[in-house]
Design a binder for this molecule. Structure first.
Ligand SMILES: Cc1cc2nc3c(=O)[nH]c(=O)nc-3n(C[C@H](O)[C@H](O)[C@H](O)COP(=O)(O)OP(=O)(O)OC[C@H]3O[C@@H](n4cnc5c(N)ncnc54)[C@H](O)[C@@H]3O)c2cc1C
Ligand SMILES: *[C@@H]1O[C@H](CO)[C@@H](O)[C@H](O)[C@H]1NC(C)=O
Ligand SMILES: *[C@@H]1O[C@H](CO)[C@@H](O)[C@H](O)[C@H]1NC(C)=O
Ligand SMILES: *[C@@H]1O[C@H](CO)[C@@H](O)[C@H](O)[C@H]1NC(C)=O
Ligand SMILES: *[C@@H]1O[C@H](CO)[C@@H](O)[C@H](O)[C@H]1NC(C)=O
Length: 596
């Protein structure tokens, strides 16, 4: 069980003395993201809310189990003029990429009918070619299922995201990654050697055909990271390496003054290096993580603390406490919990378990298959536990911003964040309550929507209110960091995360964007697999209308006070370090000179 929330709760009870009511909830195995009734289907992501919080509806869903059934589903859709999106059993992507059509006020425009194709039941084949060291898998195969099969056959998948609640096709489609500047690098799509994709076709071809992209085919560079807009991926072929082990040590004692000077060497020195920066704590945690021979002793598990199952009661209490700190504007309360949380992470090695049960000390050695990727909250057998953010409970709810920097530009960004931090360190406690700033490494990619150069990826999570019209404590700080990343220092957004504003102008940031669009025109000339939603992300479009409060949810950048919440004291103001930034800042007394 995830101990950190208990700690967090313990400290909160001492500081706040709040009480909570008990509720019973029954067994929470992850729920299908698609719910259908006689009037149609609703698609949700795993957090239960899209960026704009509006539901996504579709007329129908189909569950193919074989490649031929997948082909015939696409054929059916093309023949009947339907808009299509492929969805997975997890639906862990935050932007509304897999929503097939805009639906105004839940009033489905019947002239544009839609079909969801779910890969939930298309997950049975994993073929391992030992001689060529590849695995060819059905699109809907889960990451954990793949890793286990590969390890059993004596191989390892070198790159994978840290979270295992994803499918193979879903994760490559958004460019998901772990961390490495070695070999082919930390992005999974850079280990892809073949993709089969079902695309629309002419009547004489049966309205749908399977393209098998391999080797030097330039279309493969489009299909590796495709946001689902080229067609329905049926199979993915990944390159493997001989099975290996890893040795991980975390260093929790470093100060954060020299991140700019050390991140390059750190990534070069350790194959699976990462860094976690806790700005309010003036601390950066180094992950020393290297490959070791198979005969090194150790059979550990990395059961990352943030992905362990938590008691539902605890998750809900922590959320209630966080809301209380927000509504009472209690930054110091957040700092107390941030400090406690970091202390606990150190004590339990972030969830590393030397013998599979508990953390007993560094280094921690185990098989690659158990050290890279985790998500034990997905399988908890206890009825009163769940992943902390499960939308069926009143648990954690947060934004996730992920910025991808050309390696050389990350240092300047880190310097600006430090300047902002130094103005008022306690403003950063909110983010340190989650996971600080997680800094990872990925290599230059041949994928058109992958990174053109070696890059540094920075993730940070922060409080999201249940009510979208409620401004958040220190939200100006997170807006400024976001704008520093995406607009001053040229970062690109991770396709699977972020608030809408991060995507503004994203098309101009990819030098091979036009090659991707050319491939898209060739594979899906009638835009069967595109929607208003995926276009908005892919083409980085600006909102046509900036409504009141739009900046609070990251749907726009404020240019007038009404885009913030003047009635609650939040005005559109300029950034403190990055003057060009426009952020919603709480001003106790309205001083007109500080306003844009
Ligand atoms: C707790 C958590 C931790 C995470 N950690 C990481 C991390 O460490 N690193 C990282 O990079 N990301 C991470 N992510 C993001 C995650 O990797 C991506 O959201 C991933 O794309 C989700 O995969 P999915 O199978 O749920 O796909 P979905 O979200 O369902 O789909 C993603 C996209 O792929 C398309 N798609 C899916 N299957 C097909 C198919 N067969 N054919 C065509 N298109 C298809 C969909 O239409 C959609 O556009 C994390 C997410 C969560 C919730
Ligand atoms: C939905 O699809 C199923 C088959 O997948 C079909 O039986 C059903 O009639 C469809 N419903 C609608 C409303 O089109
Ligand atoms: C439905 O969509 C079609 C095509 O986009 C459009 O021409 C039509 O006006 C829409 N109808 C309604 C009622 O919105
Ligand atoms: C941790 O990092 C600090 C700062 O880089 C360094 O001085 C110290 O030796 C490191 N500790 C270990 C155990 O490597
Ligand atoms: C592992 O095997 C190598 C040779 O294959 C050997 O040199 C080394 O001593 C072994 N190490 C351990 C810890 O057994």
């Amino acid at each position: 069980m995830g101990g950190w929330l208990y700690w967090y709760l313990g400290i909160l009870i001492h500081t706040l003395q709040f009480s909570c009511s008990v509720r019973t909830v029954h067994g929470l195995i992850p729920q299908s993201p698609i719910q259908c009734s006689s009037s149609g289907c609703t698609l949700r992501n795993s957090y239960g809310a899209w960026g704009d919080r509006k539901d996504c509806s579709a007329l129908n869903v189909t569950y193919p189990t074989t490649e031929e059934q997948l082909r015939s589903a696409v054929s059916y859709a093309v023949r009947n003029n339907l808009k299509v999106k492929v969805v997975t059993r997890f639906s862990h992507t935050i932007p509304k990429l897999s929503c097939p059509h805009e639906n105004n006020n839940n009033n489905i425009n019947s002239s544009t009918a839609t079909l969801l194709i779910s890969t939930e039941k298309y997950d049975s084949r994993i073929e391992i070619d030992a001689a060529r060291m590849t695995a060819t898998v059905d699109a809907g195969v889960g990451l954990r299922q793949l890793i286990n099969a590969v390890e059993e056959a004596g191989f390892s998948l070198v790159a994978a995201p840290y979270w295992e609640g994803v499918t193979v096709a879903g994760l490559i489609s958004t460019g998901a990654h772990g961390s490495s500047w070695w070999g082919k690098g930390g992005s999974v799509h850079d280990h892809v050697v073949g993709v089969s994709v079902v695309v629309p076709a002419s009547k004489s071809e049966g309205y749908a055909k399977i393209l098998r992209l391999e080797g030097q085919d330039p279309m493969l560079n489009a299909a590796k990271v495709s946001l689902g807009v080229l067609g329905a991926i049926s199979k993915v072929k990944l390159s493997l390496e001989r099975r290996f082990k890893r040795s991980i040590t975390y260093n929790f004692t470093a100060e954060d003054d020299h991140i700019e000077d050390v991140y390059v060497d750190h990534a070069k020195m350790y194959e699976f290096a990462d860094l976690t920066w806790y700005p309010s704590r003036h601390t950066v945690v180094y992950r020393y993580d290297s490959r070791v021979p198979l005969n090194a002793s150790g059979d550990a598990v990395y059961d990352f603390i943030g992905f362990q199952a938590n008691s539902i009661l605890v998750s809900e209490s922590v959320r209630a406490a966080e809301k209380l700190l927000e509504s009472t504007r209690n930054a110091n309360g957040k700092c107390l919990t941030a400090s406690t949380t970091l202390g606990l992470k150190k004590l339990v090695g972030n969830g590393l378990k030397n013998n599979g049960q508990i953390f007993t000390g560094y280094p921690v050695v185990g098989y690659q298959g158990k050290m890279q990727t985790s998500g034990s909250c997905l399988y908890s057998s206890r009825f009163d536990t769940a992943c902390a953010w499960d939308p069926r409970i009143k648990g954690l709810f947060f934004y996730e911003s992920t910025a991808i920097f050309p390696a050389s530009k990350f240092g300047d960004f880190a310097g600006d964040v430090r300047k902002l931090r130094d103005l008022k360190p306690e403003n950063f406690c909110g983010v340190d309550n989650y996971n600080g700033l997680l800094i990872r490494f990925i290599k230059a990619s041949s994928a058109y929507l992958g990174q053109p150069e070696d890059s540094v990826v920075v993730d940070f999570n922060y409080y999201r209110g249940n009510d979208p019209s409620n401004p958040r404590l220190n939200q100006d700080v997170w807006e400024e960091v976001e704008q520093l990343a995406f607009f001053k220092h040229g970062a690109k957004p991770h396709w699977a995360k972020n608030r809408n504003i991060a995507f503004l102008g994203v098309n101009q940031k990819y030098p091979k964007f036009n090659m991707f669009i050319a491939a898209k025109k060739q594979m899906d000339p009638l835009n069967v697999f595109s929607s208003e939603w995926s276009d908005e992300i892919l083409y980085g479009q600006e909102l046509s209308e900036k409504v009141d409060g739009c900046a609070l949810e990251g749907l726009c950048i404020c240019s007038e006070h009404r885009h913030c919440s003047p009635q609650k004291g939040y005005y559109c103001s300029h950034g403190l370090v990055y003057k060009e930034a426009r952020v919603c800042r709480y001003l106790q007394s309205f001083i007109s000179s500080t306003i844009v």
